[in-house]
Design a protein around this ligand. Structure first.
Ligand SMILES: Cc1cc2nc3c(=O)[nH]c(=O)nc-3n(C[C@H](O)[C@H](O)[C@H](O)COP(=O)(O)OP(=O)(O)OC[C@H]3O[C@@H](n4cnc5c(N)ncnc54)[C@H](O)[C@@H]3O)c2cc1C
Length: 490
């Protein structure tokens, strides 16, 4: 079943009755927004009214040379394409990569509002985890064999990243160091054991580390045990994004940057209006993830949550020695609002997570939401007090697309056959978006190989409520998470 927040569904809903219902809900929302005290709605005072986060103090952008790079010209005038891809993140670029290799003769156009990698794809922690997200749901609903097939499918995402490096020279500082999933309390150790049993049942090798084992490899008293997963990797996400942009252009995709899409009109062809031009496309792919609600898509299905990251100055040899961590694994803890940290190629610590605020009416974040950034800086020193005095060089944030059941969704809009989408990567999209793009390319070309039968294909994203109820529900959930012993596990 396709989600019902598509352009076609939006059009169908524009009946008198729905207009009246919408007006009533809008009136209630407007009343609540103006009448309830200002503090009722958490808002980010730095956020400009535009589409994007403008605060660019992003270590990955800098290390990928993005500030020196030429950004492509926007789409201008009236043009036609065989396939239009909207959104130049990993999902859009993976779709383009898979389509152009199959159909080099077609005109495939990618429209990106800022520059490729500007969204979550160039801002994330760079954890290239396999098998996520939604793996546990699939395990619980369908058993270990189905979960293993899903896991194996995501390996195609990792393989694509390797292929980009091998065949297209995309160097993204990929390090196959595995990961440590950490318990921040002794009471969480059974959850690690349960996780290990699930992996055992799927036939996947992992290793449980008790407190002593763990502390011999990572000098932090904040953690009491870990599950080591050797399959995961870390990378520089902006280098991957900019490398993918170069690779798809070399293969023949036309990439228009600074081409913010203002309107998508369903039909045959699909009409796309950007700030400076128009595109009529036989087929279209919407790869906007957390930004989709800004175009009126998936408004009541996707929850854009914001997440923040800080980067330290490079650690000296003695600072590195003091924290152990010789394995350079990606680290994340078990809590629902978890922290993640990893080393960069030049030995900075990139540290993120712990809070994921939702801003009223699905707004993106400015990227410099001070409460989250300051909390991260304090939290890093709680994790490694021996690094007292460590200086931070960068801090930034980004917008992710969450679903109520934590499952991504890929498919055709409103059951049609010329507009497709990929969304809902739930903060774990580095590898999944590579796979999602492969699947969307199959759907666009009308092929139905086994990956198009994965449970995320056509998955109905559950309803998340209209505003202001959505805002209230997300805030209540956040409070409940904090209240439940402070540390409920994932
Ligand atoms: C701080 C942070 C940390 C994260 N850490 C990890 C991690 O370590 N590992 C992991 O697996 N996942 C992580 N994620 C999630 C991961 O980054 C995302 O799931 C993934 O990048 C989503 O890719 P995407 O292509 O779907 O969306 P995006 O990368 O968000 O791409 C959407 C693109 O659409 C463009 N756009 C928006 N509106 C318009 C418009 N109107 N017209 C044209 N273009 C438009 C945007 O500029 C953007 O480039 C993290 C996310 C954040 C924010």
């Amino acid at each position: 079943m396709a989600p019902d927040d598509s352009p076609a569904a939006e059009q169908r809903r524009f009946s008198r009755r729905s207009f009246l219902k919408g007006a009533a809900a809008g009136g209630a929302g407007a009343w609540a927004a103006t009448t309830l005290p200002r503090w009722t709605f958490e808002s980010d005072p730095h956020r400009p009214q535009q589409l994007y986060e403008y605060y660019l103090d992003n270590f990955w952008f800098e290390s990928a040379g993005l500030y020196q790079e030429r950004v492509n010209a926007p789409l201008k005038g009236r043009q036609r394409a065989d396939v239009a891809i909207i959104g130049g993140g990993f999902a859009g670029m993976s779709t383009a990569f898979n389509l152009i290799r199959r159909f080099p003769e077609k005109r495939i156009v990618l429209l990106e509002g800022a520059c490729c990698g500007y969204g979550a794809s160039g801002r994330n922690g760079g954890f290239a985890d396999v098998g996520m997200p939604g793996l546990r749901n699939i395990y619980e609903a369908h058993g270990p064999e189905a979960a293993r097939s899903y896991y194996d499918a995501t390996l195609l995402g990792v393989e694509q990243i390797r292929n980009l490096a091998r065949e297209h020279g995309v160097d993204c500082d990929l390090e196959h160091n595995g990961s440590l999933n950490l318990a921040t309390e002794e009471s969480q150790l059974p959850a690690l054991e349960a996780q290990k049993s699930r992996y055992d049942a799927m036939g996947l090798e992992t290793e449980l580390l008790d407190t002593a084992d763990l502390r011999s490899r990572l000098r932090s008293e904040r953690f009491f045990g870990a599950l080591r997963d050797p399959h995961h990797a870390i990378l520089n996400p902006a280098k991957l994004a900019r490398g993918m942009k170069r690779a798809i252009e070399e293969l023949g995709v036309e990439v228009f940057e600074r081409s913010k899409v203002m309107r998508i009109e369903p039909g045959s062809p699909v009409h796309i209006t950007t700030e400076f031009g128009e595109l009529a496309a036989a087929k279209a792919v919407i790869a906007l993830n957390g930004y989709a609600p800004q175009l009126g898509l998936f408004t009541n299905r996707l929850i854009p949550l914001c997440n923040y990251v800080v980067a330290s100055e490079p650690l000296s040899a003695s600072q590195l020695e003091s924290i152990g961590w010789a394995g350079r694994e990606g680290l994340a803890d078990l809590r629902v609002q978890f922290m993640y940290l990893r080393l960069t190629a030049d030995n900075r610590i990139v540290f993120g997570g712990e809070t994921s605020p939702y801003f009223y009416d699905s707004s993106p974040s400015s990227g410099n939401y001070a409460p989250a950034i300051e909390r991260l800086k304090r939290s890093l020193l709680v994790t490694f007090p021996q690094l007292e005095g460590l200086r931070f060089s960068h801090s930034w944030g980004g917008t992710m697309g969450f679903t109520r059941d934590f499952m991504p969704s890929v498919g055709a809009l409103a059951g049609g056959d010329n507009t497709f989408y990929a969304a809902g990567f739930n903060g774990e999209g580095v590898v999944m978006t590579q796979l999602a793009g492969k699947i969307v390319a199959e759907l666009v070309s009308g092929e139905r190989p086994p990956i198009t039968r994965l449970p995320i294909v056509g998955h109905q994203m559950p309803y998340v409520g209209h505003e202001p109820l959505r805002y209230a529900a997300v805030k209540l959930y956040e409070h409940a998470l904090r209240a439940t012993s402070g540390n409920p596990v994932r």
